[in-house]
Design a protein around this ligand. Structure first.
Ligand code: URA
Length: 184
């Protein structure tokens, strides 16, 4: 079993896929390494790549509000992405890039051992829950896999473009809040 620091070092040196050739920084993920709640996005954007931190741009500001909506702080949860390097022009990560990176995320999840993993958007939900998942139909539904409960919801970038979807996302977050209570 690796430690989080060892895992971070592997990621910083990773050359497993083409995204490593164009990245500025690896965005490993950050937060409470003992968190009950973890959020997984798609991949770093421009600001994340520059700063080496997840969700620090506009979508990140909205994610902070989503976290606050369930009475938590960013420092209470752990935030990561399916791929740790920025896809050029913010395109979706390709399948081979996701599968090259997923082992790192799996290790991270094992070390953190959260109760609930919120999948932000289709890329996270497809990679972590089910490749055929339709977020519009299946968001807000918990899926238990191994020791973890996964729940898909809209990606904050989608919510920035579709204000009307926020009320559904907030409903999903309330479910997360309720479920977290069941573990204490
Ligand atoms: N969008 C993501 O999916 N992840 C980030 O870290 C930032 C924006």
């Amino acid at each position: 079993m690796y430690t989080m620091d060892e895992l971070r070092e592997f990621c910083y040196r990773c050359r497993k896929c083409r995204l490593s050739q164009t990245r500025t920084n690896v965005v490993f993920g950050e937060g409470n390494e003992n968190a009950d709640l973890m959020f997984v996005g798609e991949g770093p954007g421009y600001y994340e790549d520059v700063q080496g931190r997840p969700f620090v741009g506009r979508a990140g500001q909205l994610l902070d509000k989503m976290i606050e909506a369930i009475d938590l702080k960013r420092s209470d949860v752990y935030i990561a992405n399916i791929v740790k390097c920025r896809p050029p022009e913010n395109r979706n990560p390709m399948e081979d890039e996701c599968s090259a990176c997923l082992d790192y995320l799996r290790w991270q999840v094992k070390l953190i051992d959260p109760k609930i993993i919120v999948c932000l958007g289709a890329v996270a939900a497809k990679n972590l829950i089910n490749p055929d998942i339709k977020i519009s139909k299946e968001r807000g539904i918990f899926v238990k896999k191994g020791n973890f409960y996964f729940i898909p919801t809209f990606h904050p970038s989608y919510l920035l473009r579709n204000e009307g979807a926020k009320k559904d996302a907030w409903k999903d977050l309330l479910k997360v809040k309720e479920k977290l209570k069941s573990f204490v």
